[in-house]
Ligand binder design. Sequence first.
Ligand SMILES: Nc1ncnc2c1ncn2[C@@H]1O[C@H](COP(=O)(O)OP(=O)(O)OP(=O)(O)O)[C@@H](O)[C@H]1O
Length: 585
Amino acid sequence: MARRPLPRILSNRGVHLARSRELARTAADSATDVLHPLITIVRGLRRLASAGRRRLADTPKDRRGTLLFLVASVILVVLLLPYGPLLAVVTLMAAAAWQGRDRAPAAPDGPDESQTQRLKSLYDALVPYFSSAGDPDPLYTHGGSWEKAFPAYEFDGTGRITHLVLTYPAYYTDGEAESRARIEHLLAAKSGRGREYHFAWDEEGNQLTVQVLAPLPTDIAAQRFVTSPGETVLGFTDPTQVRRTLPLTHGEEQRDVPPVVWRTGVRSTEPHLLAAGQPGSGTSTLLRSVALQALRHGDVVIVDGGGTGEYACLTGREGVLAVECGLAGVSESLRWAAHETERRLIAANRAHQAGDPPPDDTKRPLWILLDRPSAFTHLAAADGREDPQSLLQVPLRHGRPANVTVVVADQLDSLETLSDAVRQHTRARVVLGPATSEQVKAVLGAPPHTTPLDHTPSGRGYARLGAGPVHRLQVPATPNPYDDTTSADHRQAVLDLLPARSAQNHTRTEPTQPERKVPEPGPVRRTPADAEFLGKHSVEKKPVDLTATDKTATDTNAADAADAADADKAPLKPVPAKAAATESS
Ligand SMILES: Nc1ncnc2c1ncn2[C@@H]1O[C@H](COP(=O)(O)OP(=O)(O)OP(=O)(O)O)[C@@H](O)[C@H]1O
């Protein structure tokens, strides 16, 4: 069907508005120019009047009469003199014009001496990189002039560069990561350490823009973010790449901050997330923040490989199906989650085939959050038991249409231990804490366009959603409220977000929700048609390879096919909670 064009008034509204605004601005500028003398005189008269008032107020009360008499006498004499009033008005205007003149010192035209010196040394440092022996008209030469090479620059109050546009010769290999990194490193070192720089390479125009970035706010506490269902705030970033802002409260203060919003669910292109970082970088905090947001609309299963009780505050809360920190419990919960994913998928598929909407019990989001699953991989290998990560294959592959989301957090040096399925299907990525450019690139699939910080605050890092841009990220402070070192405000913010305790007093090892929340559709047996559907179910055969792994999706698909064949024999029934509890205890 042909698309009907928007009414002209709607489609051109933005252009009209911009043009009107431009016209208004030009008119205001012209009016200011024309009326400038008048404005100066009025300002001067105001200053003279207030000086007179001040003088009167400073005069002791008993002398005010004499002063007023003196002024009145002068006025009278002036009025009686020939041309007196005219001369008085001219004198007054001249005095007002003098008083009303702009007293702010005129901004110096061009850089001062120390700024010139800085630009000159920057230029000299760039000469070896941007010059070539065969260049007939070199832009960069020893003893050359920096004016042509740096068309725009800005300095802060301390004389350090905050913004710089530099032109470089077209033959410079700006498409190569190494060449870029060399220049970026040099510019960051010469412009002043301890700050973060953003580099924007304009390969068409042969220009590089260097911008000093303001630090991201580290004081944003966990709170109920204004988001739609299916949206999760990973943290906050710069306004340059994100247009949207979220209204936040910070004590009494209200402010708007640009968020990194991750969309999950049926239409998500990055349905699962992987977060990595050094120990203590804040990945558990990120998971806690995601869990608190997920619990607003869905159910959560938590696997805690850290074993330090980071998620104890969530145990027994409404919507928290399980908080597992033992190998047996983890395996049972993940097996249940895999079965639940298949159950949802089959139920939704049957509904599609019957021409019905998807059943309600397939719509409530289910979140599987795993903190350091590699710890269980080691345990399982030592025990000769099945790696719990293998149970994530179905939720990762089929989770999106079944409203099942997997979030994995692990340490940078344990990423090798993550299964291929985890690495291939987690297209939303986060790196937190200190990390080299290579480490960031290995996790995100692209290097950051900013320089690393000397001191990285907790919860600071980078995020990338699919093949999108790399964002700087600051995770909201969502500490473990049972941690003694937590500040009272941040603890209270987390406690306020916790769902109510569920009616039954659950213990850690009881995945209670399978019985309570997940509607039991009876023992669903997978028919040959269902098995065929699961086998064929569309997943990206070649996901974007964001990591350095070179395994292909074929392995996963083959393993899935074998899995599907095995699972075909088993009834697709949620794992009974009690059985899980017994085993894990
Ligand atoms: N976004 C944040 N804002 C403020 N403080 C944070 C943030 N993230 C983490 N922290 C603080 O940093 C410390 C470590 O955080 P966290 O436990 O989340 O790190 P981790 O990466 O999970 O470390 P580990 O793997 O050792 O448990 C905690 O004291 C926490 O309060």
